[in-house]
Design a protein around this ligand. Structure first.
Ligand SMILES: C[S@@+](CC[C@H](N)C(=O)[O-])C[C@H]1O[C@@H](n2cnc3c(N)ncnc32)[C@H](O)[C@@H]1O
Length: 285
């Protein structure tokens, strides 16, 4: 799942089962979650952006589809008074617990009752409390299409305080694959005890509701003794156009306050690597 090299940046943020992207895979979810961390922890270019979002939308933050909690430290550094991380994957939430344990600032916040992890589906999550900031980073492509996206956006809107803000962050038109990519090596790493080799293959299909992508990964863990543990996985992803995403947000009674094409707040365009929308609840509803 992560960013795959091959000369350009590609982020896979998708899943075969809607609420737990790792549970239905042929490989052990805990090992896939470990590889997920290895890949996603290498992504740092959005961390300043999320720190600034937490400053801009103060109060409690809900990180919808938080994965292993990659964004928690930035949110805390930006002044989030409390963080609720919601995810459908039990294995990724376990990794989030381990991350909290490793990071003194996160451990302190957890011990003070300021970090909560919730195993739930972003399409239906409900809580009694309200949030200044809700984040859906890399999550919408995991959903099955527009209907599920409107459900998730509606659930996020219901979690917002009256003046709260929802950030949707997904791959922009310039970051999407333009053609099928054959099975090939994305990256290789040594971690002291083993060599990790990641291969992947991409099949794309233009559909009326957006780009559908089948992303097949194969990760080999090669031990010192030459034994190989192979972790296969497959993800079905969906990428609506930015314009379609704005329409889906309107269907969920959300108003676009700003749109960006990168985490550096560049204006959006056809070549943008990211599609980022900042949304507020429609006050007329
Ligand atoms: C690519 S990860 C992004 C994680 C995190 N937001 C980040 O930026 O590092 C997408 C996350 O969405 C979660 N997810 C996908 N569909 C979900 C659903 N229906 N309900 C809850 N979580 C979901 C996955 O488990 C995964 O952790």
């Amino acid at each position: 799942m992560g960013r795959v090299a091959r000369g350009r940046r590609w982020t896979c943020r998708g899943g075969t089962r809607l609420s737990d992207i790792l549970d239905g895979q042929p490989a052990d979810p805990a090992r896939l979650a470990e590889i997920y961390d290895l890949e996603h922890d290498a992504i740092g270019e959005d961390l300043v952006f999320y720190r600034e979002m937490s400053r801009r939308a103060p109060g409690a933050t809900v990180d919808l589809g938080c994965g292993s909690g990659r964004l928690f430290a930035s949110m805390l550094a930006g002044g989030a008074s409390r963080i609720v991380g919601v995810d459908g994957s039990a294995a990724l939430l376990d990794r989030a617990r381990q991350r909290i344990e490793r990071d003194p600032a996160l451990t302190r916040a957890r011990d003070a009752g300021l970090i909560e992890l919730v195993h739930a589906d972003v399409r239906s999550v409900r809580r009694p409390d309200r949030f200044g900031l809700a984040v859906l980073a890399g999550v919408l492509p995991h959903l099955d299409g527009p209907e599920d996206a409107v459900r998730a956006l509606g659930a996020a809107r219901r979690l917002l305080a009256r003046d709260g803000m929802l950030v949707i962050d997904t791959i922009g038109p310039g970051g999407l694959p333009r053609e099928d990519l054959p099975l090939s090596v994305d990256w290789e790493r040594e971690d002291g005890v083993r060599r990790i080799v990641r291969r992947s293959q991409i099949e794309r299909r233009e559909a009326p509701e957006g780009l559908r992508v089948r992303y097949v990964t194969m990760t080999d863990l090669v031990g010192r003794d030459g034994t190989i543990a192979r972790l296969p996985a497959e993800f079905r992803l969906w990428y609506p156009s930015p314009r379609a995403l704005v329409g889906l947000a309107a269907s969920a009674d959300l108003i676009v306050e700003a749109a960006y094409g990168s985490h550096d707040l560049d204006p959006p365009g056809d070549g943008s690597e990211r599609c980022i929308l900042m949304l507020r609840p429609d006050p007329g509803i």
